[in-house]
Design a protein around this ligand. Structure first.
Ligand code: UTP
Length: 464
């Protein structure tokens, strides 16, 4: 057994749990590296990892019985929209009172996209080349201007992209947002395991860990003190979204208003699945009455294809990871400490340090999912939204859900908004982009605006 003065207890624990392979390079590392490794190990919950490993090997248990979840349909607006009008009004009031904060989760590793750096730095603007962070920041700025209020922007990073994210935001002066309104904090990390349940070395003196999933965001919000800071600022609702959707409507009066009118703890946006096999989770109501999400991989094929009497998919409301969380509610479930959502295991390739350098091995990464928080409350609603208006995820370098498809959707939405305002787009214009600083909805576009006759047009507000 290896030894290090004063650290006998943690070393013993490693051997007791059969994890001594992490000391394979002990004789090659310096004393400070030894200490770093032991510090790294000190925080590991071996019992939790053993349980997660058993779970990973057995596969996840089938979800509880469920039926399709109820939702507020878009059609409701046309069929007598009194509640819609009231919701929009209520939402505007809440935003103007300064009760709403924006929260982006940006701690993911973006492995499918293969972009070297935090995804928020990825260039998404079809003409401007603006990064995802800039697009989001400008939306928040515009909402702040429209409602005459300072809207805080919370950004969750992970240890591997935190510094780069902070530097990027600072180098760009937070795209015009005040430093006092931007809160950046990292999420938790959890060790990955190899297929024998052993810890993996990333370097000779550090353990391989991965960010603990978007579900780690609620615990990180509380644990970092940001939830408390929001309470102090008078924030009552936190608007949660993912970094890789440039079409997201971050501060949406209608959504916020329904959340408030229906006295919800959590609200979610959903959209009609495009086809049965579409790889998005669906909203369900579990047998115990709680609304939640069942992942596409857990929805049996026969249920995926089931149709109702009107020929629509029965499980048609897909989740797009847009939620509102009540601050009161978040405080009640986090209790000022970490929130315990379940971990899910995924088999992935992991770079393991060996005597011959880094080798790709198969292993398990563990992650929490934010939608597991949904069934924790019965005050939980789903509002249908339009896919073409609000959903353009950038997940892959090409094809489905890629920057190409997202930019196509951004262009199409810009043209639709201009059309709605009666503004012509010259036939020679191939791509149009509308800056969030110009408009967050068609009504924001000045009626006097003329689209210049150019191939690629980025519409920004006049600088005067
Ligand atoms: P995805 O599940 O698409 O993961 O994240 P990803 O890391 O971005 O991409 P892949 O799967 O490696 O290709 C959805 C959202 O959740 C955030 C991501 O940053 C993205 O906004 N996320 C994901 C976190 O903040 N932390 C995590 O641990 C995982």
């Amino acid at each position: 057994m290896i030894s290090f003065p004063g650290r006998e207890e943690v070393i013993r624990r490693v051997y007791d749990h059969g994890q001594e392979r992490i000391f394979d390079f002990w004789n090659e590392i310096s004393d400070s590296e030894k200490l770093r490794l032991l510090d790294d190990v000190e925080s590991i919950d071996f019992t939790l990892l053993e349980r997660l490993f058993r779970q990973a090997e057995q596969g996840s248990p089938p979800p509880m019985g469920f039926e399709p979840a109820p939702y507020i349909p878009l059609a409701g607006e046309e069929e007598g929209g009194a509640e819609f009008r009231e919701a929009r009004e209520r939402g505007r009031e809440l935003i103007s009172e300064g009760a709403v904060a924006a929260f982006v989760v940006a701690g993911g590793q973006g492995s499918r996209l293969g972009f070297d750096g935090p995804k928020g730095l990825f260039s998404a603007g079809p003409v401007s080349g603006k990064s995802l962070f800039q697009i989001h920041a400008e939306q928040i700025r515009k909402s702040s201007e429209k409602f005459g209020v300072r809207i805080p922007w919370l950004i969750m990073t992970s240890h591997s992209n935190h510094d780069q994210t902070v530097r990027f935001l600072e180098d760009n002066s937070r795209f015009g947002l005040d430093a006092a309104d931007v809160y950046v904090f990292p999420q938790g990390m959890i060790p990955s395991l190899d297929l024998e349940g052993k810890l993996i070395l990333e370097t000779p003196s550090s353990i391989f860990k991965n960010p603990d999933g978007h579900g780690g965001s609620l615990g990180a919000l509380a644990g970092s003190g940001t939830l408390h800071a929001m309470r102090e600022r008078g924030i009552r609702i936190i608007s949660y979204f993912q970094v890789d959707n440039p079409l997201v409507s971050i501060i949406d009066p209608l959504f916020i208003g329904f959340h408030s009118l229906r006295k919800a703890d959590i609200s979610s946006k959903g959209l009609m699945k495009a086809y049965p096999e579409e790889r998005i989770g669906v909203f369900v109501r579990f047998d115990n009455g709680a609304i939640g999400v069942v992942e596409y991989s857990d929805l049996p094929e026969e249920l995926q294809k089931q149709r109702d009497e009107r020929g629509r998919l029965r499980y048609r409301m897909g989740s797009i990871a847009i939620h509102l969380f009540g601050v009161d509610y978040l405080e009640s479930i986090t209790g000022g400490t970490d929130l315990s959502l379940p971990f899910h295991a995924a088999r992935k390739k992991i770079g393991s340090h060996t005597a011959n350098g880094i080798r790709e091995i198969d292993g398990y990464k563990f992650e929490k999912f934010v939608f597991d928080a949904l069934p924790l409350t019965e005050r939980n609603i789903v509002l249908e939204t339009k896919r073409e208006e609000e959903f353009a995820p950038i997940k892959n370098p090409s094809g489905v859900d890629s920057v190409e498809s997202a930019q196509g959707l951004m262009d199409a939405r810009a043209r639709r908004w201009l059309r709605e305002r009666g503004i012509d787009v010259p036939p020679s214009t191939a791509v149009v982009e509308i800056s969030p600083l110009l408009a967050l909805e068609p009504g924001d576009i000045p009626a006097s605006l003329r689209v210049p006759d150019r191939k690629r047009v980025n519409l920004e507000p006049d600088k005067d």
